[in-house]
Design a protein around this ligand. Structure first.
Ligand code: HGY
Ligand code: MN
Ligand code: MN
Ligand code: MN
Length: 405
């Protein structure tokens, strides 16, 4: 980020550039309800208060910064502040910083103080507790609170404990129809996670769709043993089955046009250098524009896992941990915003978002801002200053359209 004039998106993001940076992985690691994400929440609420917004944190840990009375039929924008491990600076925070600048712009333009808010959703990435968009899914009642509260992070801390440590009452976590009823329309601005705008040579796009996507936990069990005392012929090594499965998963996804399958997390137990693992857990993220195809690919992965586990004398289980169906955003609102933005392009995305959850409950749209690297969920994710400002202006235009229509 360069030292942009105060009050710009880049200047706001520069203020948080050191929060949650991860020297080991590179980029940022800002798990939900961690010290880093808490610092970011404080940064946001400070800026909201400076603008005279009324800030509240609801039962699900969603922060709402209200300008005017909270609903009904409020116009809301927002995104998230949590990140993936070693994530970029823009995935989430760009939407929050752009919302603050867009609200400044609405004030400068003298747009009526109709009910509007900026929302910050917790655990959008699902990086700590494994369920993406957990905050917006709790708000909308999509996920069962008992299941959510029992989710554990890598240290064995439950979501219930993390909520309590964040000052929330776990007994109140869950569907919040009153809070949801306040929203008349929701627009999320997000860094593009892909190359669409690079290829189009445009700074901003309106979203059309989100791929169906889910996460499956595959557990391979073999026999733990000594690395030196165990002959190669006497092994039931789940790491070998896992290695073969990774190659098979890639081949299956490559054979299915437009499918994506990713194993980004693999955990051997006990994880000793001189120890044959007794079990391996790996998580596969599968995505496709058609939900039926996602599940067909997962079925093929199940079959490959069973065969490859058997080859190595191992057992295997495949458990669906989460699934978010394909999203087609509201065509009328999408087309309205294309016009409001002077003929902005329309792009689909392979990435999930809170807007994808809210879309089933309120009129929802998304804006994407050009990312010259095309890379996301990695330190090199980037947005150039002029595009960041173009995004905030597009967001202000979109909000003004929704407020004054
Ligand atoms: O995984 C996703 O698509 C999103 O970035 N949470
Ligand atoms: Mn995001
Ligand atoms: Mn993300
Ligand atoms: Mn998202």
């Amino acid at each position: 980020m360069t030292d942009q004039p105060a009050g710009t998106v880049s200047a706001l993001l520069a203020e948080i550039a050191d929060i949650g940076s991860d020297p080991h992985r590179g980029g940022y690691s800002r798990p939900v309800y961690s010290d880093a994400e808490h610092e970011l929440r404080e940064w946001f609420t400070g800026h909201a208060a400076k603008r005279g917004l009324d800030v509240e944190t609801d039962r699900n840990g969603i922060i709402w910064a209200w300008d005017g009375t909270p609903g009904p039929d409020a116009v809301v924008t927002g995104s998230h502040l949590d990140s993936v491990p070693g994530g970029g600076a823009f995935d989430g925070p760009l939407g929050i910083a752009s919302a603050l600048v867009a609200f400044d712009e609405l004030t400068t333009r003298g747009v009526s103080r109709r009910s509007r808010a900026i929302a910050v959703f917790p655990e959008e990435e699902g990086s700590r507790f494994g369920l993406a968009c957990l905050g917006s899914q709790l708000l909308t009642g999509v996920v069962n609170p008992e299941r959510a509260l029992a989710l554990k992070d890598g240290d064995g801390t439950t979501f219930a404990e993390a909520c309590a440590a964040a000052g929330l009452d776990p007994a109140h976590v869950g569907a919040d129809p009153e809070s949801l009823a306040r929203i008349g329309a929701f627009v999320e601005l997000h860094v593009e996670q892909g190359r669409g705008l690079i290829e189009l040579g445009e700074p901003v796009a309106v979203a059309s769709s989100i791929l169906g996507h889910g996460r499956w936990r595959i557990t391979l069990r073999g026999e733990g043993n000594h690395a030196g005392a165990t002959l190669m012929t006497d092994r039931r090594d789940p790491m070998v089955a896992a290695g073969k499965l990774l190659v098979a998963i890639q081949a299956l996804a490559r054979e299915t046009p437009e499918a994506r399958a990713t194993v980004g997390r693999l955990e051997p137990t006990p994880g000793g250098t001189n120890v044959i693992a007794s079990r391996v857990d790996l998580w596969v993220d599968v995505r496709h524009p058609d939900d039926v195809v996602v599940h067909a690919v997962v079925e093929q992965i199940r079959q490959a896992a069973a065969a490859l586990a058997a080859e190595e004398g191992c057992e295997v289980s495949v458990v669906e941990e989460s699934y978010s169906p394909t999203v087609d955003f509201d065509a009328r609102l999408r087309d309205d915003l294309v016009k409001v933005l002077g003929g902005a392009p329309v792009l689909g995305t392979g990435a999930g978002h809170d807007a994808g959850v809210l879309k089933n409950h309120v009129r929802t749209a998304m804006l994407f801002v050009r990312n010259p690297t095309g890379v996301s969920h990695a330190p090199s994710e980037h947005v150039e200053d002029p595009d960041a400002e173009a995004g905030a202006t597009a967001l202000a235009d979109s909000l003004e359209f929704l407020i004054t229509r």
